[in-house]
Unconditional design. Structure first.
Length: 101
């Protein structure tokens, strides 16, 4: 079965496509889950913008702005303080990573 990834108060069940924060289920859109799932599957490692765009939108040429919008939506749902993210961290010019906390 697919793994369950845990970091901080976050639990991501990749098989059931369920995300919990502090034990409570968080509603994510399919695209939000795909982005988070990809980051969770490479926990602690940076995932390049192109890799995320290709996986989620099917093209590396998709607008990187889409990614920024979805990441900020994810931060609003998952971070204690979305203006100072500790889970979904940006590597400027490279990509994003889901941190081990």
């Amino acid at each position: 079965s697919a793994p369950v990834v845990r970091t901080g108060t976050l639990e991501i069940d990749l098989g059931a496509r369920v995300v919990r924060r502090d034990g409570l289920e968080v509603e994510l859109s399919p695209k939000e889950f795909e982005i988070l799932g990809l980051l969770a599957s490479q926990l602690g490692k940076v995932v390049r913008h192109q890799e995320l765009l290709k996986a989620v939108w099917g093209s590396e040429r998709a607008d990187i702005q889409y990614l920024r919008v979805y990441i900020s939506q994810l931060r609003a749902k998952l971070e204690e303080d979305s203006s100072r993210p500790v889970l979904l961290v940006s590597d400027p010019g490279v990509g994003y990573r889901l941190m081990v906390v």
